[in-house]
Unconditional design. Structure first.
Length: 318
């Protein structure tokens, strides 16, 4: 079975970084949603084996004048396949932008300098990476693929320094009265692209069942799904949360199918293999309808779920 690589909407994310810089201090600039370029249009592709992916494309015209340098810290769990693939993807997109003269933003161009560190899923590990970016490298923006409570370690460093942070998934407590530079979650942006594609492919979708880990990240993803569903005229029939120690997903699958949803969402499941085993349980319970999640591990999850169960899975990246 071929390894399937699902592409994250990196261009949209890089544009988001600059657009959100307006939330920072006096030295930041305001711009449009795609970094001053034409707004990215969502496109889709089907990989070998039929699993679907979403991406974003854009056309840009570089403004005249010398390019400035935008120093961006990028962190991901590089000990996992998804982390190394994200690193390769971001590096290739940055290289492409720089080769064409830089990223255009309101009459200026920026050559992107990516400073990459391995981030663990612990608060201390993520904080250590942030301290290097801020105190040693002098980055102005941070892109972190890590989500959940661990990101609080990054915020404790980035926010006092006035560095904009875009994390893998923002929890509600990230944005509070004491947060000067509000943090944003990549997943909330790319989820809109993902669900728009799902509705285009399956126009009769009306009801959703969400399956997620019973932790802060899972609950936050559920809240985000509620907001997206409401905006798109969909109904979340139920959120079914389960402990992260769960190994038998048969009862969860049976409960989900009993609700007769049109689509099953598994957003917020990041532990390698869990999403694959859950999808396999759904398939064994008789589910052949659409399934969607923010991410999956292209090796571990597909191997754990099996080709037939994972066929047609809609995701943003893996």
């Amino acid at each position: 079975m071929k390894k399937r690589i699902f592409i994250l909407a990196v261009i949209l994310t890089l544009g988001l970084l600059l657009a959100l810089s307006a939330c920072g201090g006096d030295e930041t600039t305001t711009t449009t949603a795609a970094g001053g370029a034409d707004t990215p249009a969502a496109t889709t592709a089907t990989t070998a084996g039929g699993a679907d992916t979403t991406a974003a494309t854009t056309a840009t015209t570089a403004p005249a004048g010398p390019a400035e340098t935008l120093k961006v810290g990028f962190g991901a769990p590089l000990t996992l396949p998804v982390g190394t693939q994200l690193q390769q993807l971001f590096e290739s997109v940055v290289e492409a932008f720089n080769a064409q003269g830089g990223l255009p933003v309101q009459g200026k161009t920026y050559n992107i300098e990516l400073v990459t560190y391995d981030e663990s899923f612990t608060t201390d590990g993520v904080k250590a990476a942030a301290e290097r970016w801020v105190n040693q490298d002098g980055v102005t923006h941070i892109l972190s693929a890590v989500g959940g409570p661990a990101v609080l370690g990054e915020i404790s460093v980035s926010d006092p320094a006035g560095v904009m942070l875009v994390s893998g998934a923002a929890l509600p407590q990230f944005i509070g009265p004491d947060t000067v530079y509000p943090q944003r979650g990549i997943s909330y942006v790319t989820s809109i692209v993902k669900w728009k594609y799902a509705l285009d492919k399956y126009p009769n979708i009306k009801t959703i069942v969400h399956l997620g880990i019973d932790d802060q990240l899972g609950q936050a993803e559920g809240m985000g799904l509620d907001a997206i569903a409401a905006a798109m005229g969909l109904t979340v029939a139920k959120h079914i949360y389960f402990p992260d120690t769960t190994t038998d997903f048969s009862s969860i699958a049976a409960s989900a199918l009993a609700l007769k949803p049109d689509i099953i969402s598994m957003d917020g499941i990041q532990a390698p293999g869990v999403l694959g085993r859950l999808t396999k349980a759904l398939y064994q319970a008789g589910w052949t309808g659409p399934k969607i999640a923010q991410e999956l591990d292209p090796i571990v999850d597909i191997d754990a779920g099996g080709a037939e169960a994972m066929e047609g899975f809609i995701t943003v990246f893996a």
